[in-house]
Design a protein around this ligand. Structure first.
Ligand code: SIN
Ligand code: CO
Length: 390
């Protein structure tokens, strides 16, 4: 697959999207992702939902609300075929992290290259027959809702906040009041709707319908602090006894002045060069972590098979169910994969991994100067995959 066109209307540049829409307002991108059309059939998704390794949910909705009983039912994986017997008319099955089953689908992230890899979460698919939905709700993160099959009617309403109350007693986060409807359109296969965080939305299947949610993420402060603590714990240079003021005091008291003195020393460290290094490491590690367990590839190839494949026009590409990223400072480039810093890479390997992280399709010629056993390791780790289509 050659480089994809960006999923934006012709009239909107990535800069305009990021300054005017990203995290602010919705955007309909008619035929923003035509490559999705025909990529999957509903049966592919129904089969995948039954896979014991899939992160899947089956959501069903009773036709009417009875007092005292929830209207919605949620069954999480593992799902069995019997879960699909005797379903009510309205239901939806959702499968997360599709890119780990289909690197070809994962490649479609390149249509969103204006969003860096580390801010991408996963591709979730929903399959629903006519009338199915997951209710009126909002999400905490940005999402591009791409119609892959059939049609879905999307309505967008008000922005929500912490005060927005969800319907009590239901197993999923839904509410009744979306406020004024600001968007109401039917999306066809290939159409994409960008929905910013906290904007209420409601998607109703018009017929057999599959929607692919390209979901984004941002680290939260708790994760950054947690990662900081991990990095600091392994850093013997930080074994620095704190300097404390010593004044007469009651033997049972911990004086606020002592806490202030420790705070000052901590802040000084954070603002020092050493502190910046630790923070950088902590941020790089946390944002390069996978959210889902890695699946061990079923089949592996050997080095000769890799050479033959590349000689026949296959390419090596980043596998977007993994996180490969780099940080560049005056000191050089540091690469991270799945939450770990990659040490000991030579310049050739660093340059190639950097190109892969940026979405390059590497050919046999590009691999000149690299020990192919090293590339085999990248394949075995799941960082990259072989695209036979080139
Ligand atoms: C769906 O595909 O039905 C739901 C996706 C979403 O609302 O985020
Ligand atoms: Co949503």
């Amino acid at each position: 697959m050659t480089a994809l066109e960006l999923c934006l209307p012709d009239s909107i540049t990535p800069e305009q999207f990021l300054s005017d829409y990203w995290q602010k307002k919705p955007l309909l991108i008619k035929q923003g992702l035509p490559q999705l059309i025909g990529m999957f059939e509903p049966d592919d998704i129904l089969d995948l939902a039954l896979d014991e390794d899939a992160t899947a949910r089956l959501i069903t909705q009773s036709p009417t609300k009875q007092t005292d009983t929830p209207q919605w039912q949620l069954k999480k994986n593992p799902l069995a075929e019997t879960d699909f017997d005797n379903l009510p008319e309205q239901w939806t099955v959702l499968v997360q992290n599709l890119e780990q089953w289909s690197p070809e689908l994962g490649q479609l992230w390149q249509a969103f290259d204006f969003i860096p890899q580390w801010q991408r979460d996963d591709i979730m698919v929903s399959y629903a027959p006519k009338g199915g939905s997951v209710g009126k709700h909002y999400d905490d993160y940005d999402v591009f809702l791409a119609q892959g099959y059939g049609q879905r009617r999307w309505q967008l309403g008000k922005f929500c906040d912490k005060q927005t109350e969800f319907v009590e007693g239901e197993p999923i986060r839904i509410f009744d009041d979306m406020g004024e409807i600001i968007f109401d359109e039917i999306l066809e296969a290939g159409d994409v709707l960008y929905v910013p965080p906290k904007l209420s939305h409601f998607g109703l299947a018009q017929d057999d319908c599959m929607t692919f949610s390209f979901g984004c993420r941002r680290p939260n402060l708790m994760q950054v602090i947690d990662s900081f603590a991990d990095v600091a714990t392994n850093n013997s240079e930080l074994f620095i006894p704190m300097l404390l003021p010593q004044e007469p005091q009651a033997s049972g008291e911990l004086q606020t002045e002592s806490i202030d003195a420790i705070t000052q020393q901590l802040l000084q460290l954070l603002q020092s060069e050493r502190g910046a290094d630790i923070i950088r490491e902590a941020v790089c590690e946390v944002v390069s972590k996978r959210q889902y367990d890695i699946l061990v590839p079923e089949e592996t190839m050997d080095t000769d098979e890799l050479i033959t494949a590349l000689a026949n026009g296959a390419t090596l590409q980043a596998d977007y169910s993994n996180r490969l990223l780099y940080n560049q400072t005056n000191e050089g480039i540091t690469l991270y994969a799945n939450g770990q810093r990659l040490d000991g890479l030579d310049d050739t390997a660093t340059a190639l991994l950097l190109r892969l992280a940026n979405g390059a399709h590497l050919t046999l010629d590009d691999m000149e100067g690299i020990d192919l056993d090293e590339a085999m390791e990248w394949l075995e780790n799941g960082w990259i995959w072989v695209d036979y289509a080139g």
